[in-house]
Design a protein around this ligand. Structure first.
Ligand code: T46
Length: 139
């Protein structure tokens, strides 16, 4: 698995009856799922994120509408547009992320490898960059 990459989920069904996508831990989702949360009703001009995680792995899935996710490993920056519930964006620990351009009625579902813990966050970009120099994985 790369530090960030799109995962294409299997779609069961067709245009006549619609689709079903099933996600199982350690199968489609490359970790044990300890937490699920979702972000919704975000005004268009709002940007969220602006942090990295020390240990938590996540998969982001836009269930409805669209959202842009900027990821940054300290060297390479990429922007992904999520607009399809059959695709997920895997983000490993040590990756800075920013979310923007939430469309009206967008719902961003996040599957996370661990419980919420504020001490797992690096919310300062300079600290994120400094830790990258010292270690491969920020702590
Ligand atoms: C991430 C991106 C994609 C909780 O109490 N429990 C939780 O599980 C989460 C995720 C957050 N919170 C609290 C912490 C803050 O007081 O909810 C508030 C908003 O969290 P935050 O500003 O971190 O939200 P985002 O949208 O900037 O980032 C979230 C996740 O926190 C983060 O892990 O990768 O979505």
């Amino acid at each position: 698995m790369k530090n960030f990459q799109i995962i294409n989920f299997k779609k069961i069904g067709n245009t006549d009856v619609g689709y079903l996508t099933a996600l199982e831990e350690n199968r489609e989702i490359p970790f044990n799922i300890r937490r699920v949360y979702y972000i919704y009703n975000v005004p268009k001009e709002i940007e969220r994120g602006f942090h990295a995680h020390k240990r938590i792995k996540q998969v982001l899935i836009c269930m409805s509408g669209s959202v842009k996710i900027k990821v940054d490993d300290g060297n390479e920056k990429r922007i992904f547009e999520l607009n399809n519930p059959s695709k997920g964006l895997y983000i490993s620990p040590g990756i800075w992320r920013e979310m923007s351009d939430f469309s009206q009625n967008s719902v961003l579902l996040v599957l996370a490898s661990d419980y919420y813990n504020e001490s797992d966050y690096i919310r300062d970009y300079e600290r994120f960059k400094k830790n990258l120099v010292k270690n491969d994985e920020p702590r």
